[in-house]
Design a protein around this ligand. Sequence first.
Ligand SMILES: [Zn+2]
Length: 433
Amino acid sequence: MKNHAIMIVLLLIVGSAIGYFFLRDNKAPEMTLSPANGAFSTKKPPVLTLQDADAGLKTLVISVSQDGKITELINKTWERGIKQEEITLSLEKLSLKNGALQINVKVSDNATLSNQTEQSFSLEYDTKPPVISVLTTAHNVYEGGAGLTMFRVSEAVKYAGVQVSDRFFPAYQQGNGVYACLFAWPHNIERSAFTPRVVVEDLAGNQRTGGFYYQPIPRPPTTDQINVSQGFLDNKMPDFQQFYPETTDPLQLFLRVNGELRAKNVARLNELTAKTADRPLWEGAFLRLPNAAPRAGFNDKRDYLFNGQKVDHQTHLGLDLASLAASPVPASNSGTVVLAEDFGIYGQCIIIDHGLGLQSLYSHLSSIDVAVGDQITKGQIIGRTGATGMAGGDHLHFGIILAGIEINPREWLDGHWIQDNFTGKWNPVMAQP
Ligand SMILES: [Zn+2]
């Protein structure tokens, strides 16, 4: 009696161990399809990911059905031991029509009692690129300046904008469906490379580019010489020691700040453009710092001299305006503060977003009266002028940024230019039904 009980217990243990060994994988393979729904084209085909962590993948059957016609795309059996696989579904050979289709996937694993997963995906086959209709006509663009183009696209898009050489200027869709795009002729792009084109891509990955009439107007840079004195270095460079503690020679530190730190700060402007509003927050001409004398202009090619020797070369990309020390600085137009902090070469700095990728920059301030997120109205005092950052004396460095690059601020201070190049195009297009 006792022996029998022990026997039964032993058999139970051995039996469940064998059972566990053979049947331990009771999980079916997992699958994901990307995209799992919506539109695709053969340029961006769906990608199937399969996984079976225990027994491994065994068989796969994929079929495609459209308008009642079912075609087998893949029928395969794996060698043992494959636990994960990624398969790009090439549908070119199936002679599909644009429109709805279903992809059916059946996959099994190597478990003793094989587990199977079957799933059907409804997608939209689309090989037609979108049609672009440009609604604005003349685009006169000055070197270093901006232009506005507005267009319609025949279908929903992943992105739309204007490509200029390696720079992409995003367009923003307005309430009536029209896309508005401020784009620029960046100061560092040659006339021959300035060939702006509208580019769009639909949700299936079909791209289209569209030309539009434009007239580039060269505006050659100016040149200047900046004398870097020993006094300036002694006075200014300790402020920047924190950025490069290992560089103790004041001139070497100046060169790193003027080169490396400048490049780092400019790169940050690119990030801030992501915070732009999708419609204009501003109206009319931008305000200039009142009662201020111009000290330096946009696209000013500067040689830096130390003891009569050229030690550096940089391009100045804003307007330097000098008034009384610690003059109140008005916001040049309405918008939202996206940066208000000590910002490298710019010193104490404010950047206001005006929408459509357009932002204004106020730098070398002695004080800041606003914070990130504040809604600002045109003319509101946002801070006071100063000489913080890479500034030799009290002044305002005023900049206009478009899609992360500095463009000529003078155009935006000019009511006639705004009427001809923005409002005169915007209003008629937005008035269309
Ligand atoms: Zn400046």
